[in-house]
Each structure stands twice: as C-alpha cells, then as structure tokens.
Design a protein around this ligand. Structure first.
Ligand SMILES: NC(=O)c1ccc[n+]([C@@H]2O[C@H](COP(=O)([O-])OP(=O)(O)OC[C@H]3O[C@@H](n4cnc5c(N)ncnc54)[C@H](O)[C@@H]3O)[C@@H](O)[C@H]2O)c1
Length: 349
C-alpha cells in the first residue's frame, strides 16, 4: 500500500547547489554580495541579541569539521563546514558546507540549503563589510594572495561594496592565478597577475590573504606591510594555521568577530591571551572607532562566525520567496495524532 502523501508541515524547502546558482544568477552576483554585506552588517548592529559560542570543532591530521550554531531568540541556525587544505590534490574542495534555519518557537526547520557557495559569498561579503569600515576611504586596489575557491568572490565583493577597480593576484600555483584571471574577465576590473607576494602588494590599499595550509605560514612578513593599508586575513582560521608574521600584529589595530573563537583560531593565536583586539560589531554600531587616520594599519583577523551564516541563511530564505529555486523535502515526520508516531510507521507498511 502506498503511504499517504506528506502534509505541508512535513516539508522543508531545500536549496540544492543547482538552485543556489540559479538564485545567484537571477539576482546578479554583485547584487547578492552587496545585499549580503548589508544583511550581515544589520545583524552585527544587533550583535547583543544573539546566542554566541565558539564553533564546535573536530580536528584531525588533515583538516577540521565544524558546527556553527546561533540564535536571535526567534530564529535558530547552524552550519556544517569542513576545512581540508590537502583536498584539492585529490580533486576535492578545501571547504564545503550546508546549513539549516529553524523557528525557535516550534523547533521546526524552515530552510535547508547548500552552503559551499553561500559560505564563499558570505565570507566575501563579511570581508567587504569590514573593509567598508576599516580600509582607507580612497581604496582602489586590492591584492589577493591565494587564488583558490574564495578568490573571485572576495574580489567582486570588494568591488561591489568598497569600489575597488584593480585586483593584483598571487598564488604559489600559477594555474590558480590563471583561473582567477579568466573568471574575473568581463567584470569591469583591472586584473594583474603577479609573480610574487611582494610584487602583488605594490600599490594596494587592501591586502587579502586567503591561502590554505595547515601550518604557521608567513604569507606576509613585517617589512612587506606599509603604513595605511587594510589587511583582510581570511586563511588563518584554525589552531596551528596562520598567515601573518606576528610582528605585523604588533603594528596593527586588530579587529575580530568573536574574541573567544578568534583567540583560538585566528592570527592572534600567536599573541598573548590579553593581546588587545576590537570587536567588529562595536565599530559597526559606533561604540568603537574603526580607521582613525591614514597611517594606521588595520587588520581584520577573520575566522568566520556563526552570525554571518545566520544572516546569509535568512537572506536566502527571503530571496527564495516567489521563486521556484527550491524543492520541498519530506523531512519532518508529521503523524495526524502527534503522539502516534509509531502508528504512522505501521500504516506505511
Ligand atoms: N575566514 C573565513 O570566514 C573563511 C571562510 C572560508 C574559507 N576560509 C579559509 O580560507 C582559506 C582558503 O580557502 P579556499 O576555499 O579558497 O581554499 P583553496 O584550497 O581553494 O585555495 C587556497 C589557495 O592558496 C594557495 N596557497 C597555498 N599556500 C600559499 C602561499 N604560501 N602563497 C600563496 N598562495 C598559497 C593554493 O595554491 C590555493 O590556490 C582556507 O584556509 C579556508 O579555511 C576562511
């Protein structure tokens, strides 16, 4: 006997990778990045209304698997995400993710979605939102060291939100740079492929490091960083994984998402536990200064925080409405009598 069709309450909208791509193209990638930056900024403005906890990380020799939960009291979200720098050698991605949004009042999920693309979008949007507050006002040129999966998203977000018109690229693997040059063609950006990190940072007001290597790396040394730049450090996001020489941190004003998480995972894991940092949400609300003068080095020590995923998930849910860029998944068992779960199982025989 066929079981009865699931009721509407059983259904959870699911956004596949294919549908996420359709949604992004429907809206336009630069529009999505700019709108996500605004959505994330709006949630940073109400930072204090969120539950906050460092992500739950399961480390192994080759990488990490993490769960990132948060709630604002009416909506709950979590993301599953991994980071495996050696994956690309086997044709797998370094970072993959999916996530869920639920109603706090009932605990019922209201959205399940791919988040590999969405993480790249939200990370770039967060970087650009931070740069909007911290980078020099006249910023035109950005350096992108590490030209992997995140690279084009970072460049386009800085263009859409901060108005950069030039990107200087460097990667230890020239094929990664070549891929990025090709992908950025047609986006009205001047793209310059460079042969060293030193060459790439020439004339840039924003320096983004987004490399993947599970070690204490030194992508930038102190002598490479001139006065007045904004450093957007993305790749150091795990214990034992950093990108900047610690002397750079001593000369910079360091801005972070959630200090208890960043002190374990960010560039500042190299510093003493009381090393001074400014929480980015305080800059967004005006409670703390961002860039004060033209000579200051500002450093966004980004590791990625759950509230950014919350904002991205809510944004996708809003933008899905009125479209067909999702499928309904029969995800929640919904017996006619809520206490007769077993009866529902038996009737499906
Ligand atoms: N902060 C965040 O919110 C956030 C979000 C997503 C990813 N990440 C991190 O960003 C990093 C990059 O992610 P991805 O998905 O682009 O990875 P990826 O593996 O696709 O790309 C990394 C690139 O870095 C290059 N690289 C490695 N060492 C280098 C060096 N010394 N100099 C120059 N280039 C070098 C590699 O050749 C590769 O092209 C990862 O460490 C990831 O964990 C952080």
């Amino acid at each position: 006997m066929l079981s009865p069709l699931p009721s509407a309450k059983a259904m959870v909208p699911f956004v596949s990778v294919e549908n996420m791509m359709r949604l992004v193209h429907h809206l336009g990638v630069e529009t999505v990045l700019a709108e996500l930056a605004d959505a994330i900024e709006a949630d940073f403005r109400r930072w204090e209304s969120f539950d906050k906890t460092p992500r739950v990380a399961s480390h192994s020799r080759d990488g990490v698997i993490e769960l990132m939960p948060t709630s604002d009291g009416s909506v709950y979200s979590f993301k599953y995400v991994n980071g495996h720098p050696k994956n690309t050698v086997d044709g797998l991605q370094t970072v993959t993710a999916f996530g869920l949004l639920a109603e706090v009042s009932t605990g019922y999920p209201v959205l399940l979605t791919e988040m590999t693309l969405l993480t790249a979008l939200r990370t770039a949007a967060t970087s650009a939102m931070a740069a909007r507050h911290l980078a020099p006002k006249s910023t035109r040129t950005m350096t992108m060291i590490g030209n992997g999966a995140q690279a084009e998203f970072q460049a386009l977000a800085m263009k859409a939100v901060c108005g950069i018109d030039t990107v200087r690229l460097y990667d230890i693997d020239p094929r990664a740079t070549e891929k990025t040059v090709q992908n950025l063609a047609g986006f009205d950006l001047k793209v310059v492929a460079c042969r060293s990190a030193q060459e790439a940072i020439e004339g840039a007001e924003i320096i983004t490091t987004c490399t993947a290597d599970k070690q204490f790396a030194t992508i930038l040394t102190d002598n490479m960083v001139g006065a007045g730049v904004h450093i957007n450090a993305i790749g150091g996001d795990c214990p034992g994984k950093t990108e900047l020489h610690r002397d750079i941190l001593k000369r910079s004003d360091v801005f972070v998402e959630f200090p208890p998480q960043t002190r374990i995972e960010g560039e500042i894991q190299q510093m003493a536990p009381d090393f001074p940092v400014v929480e980015l949400w305080k800059v967004v609300t005006g409670a703390a200064p961002g860039r004060r003068d033209a000579k200051q080095i500002t450093l966004f020590d980004s590791v990625g925080f759950a509230i950014e995923d919350f904002s991205a998930l809510r944004y996708v849910r809003e933008r899905l409405s009125g479209t067909d860029f999702y499928q309904n998944l029969d995800m929640i068992a919904d017996p006619d009598d809520p206490r007769d779960l077993f009866g529902m199982l038996q009737r499906a025989k």
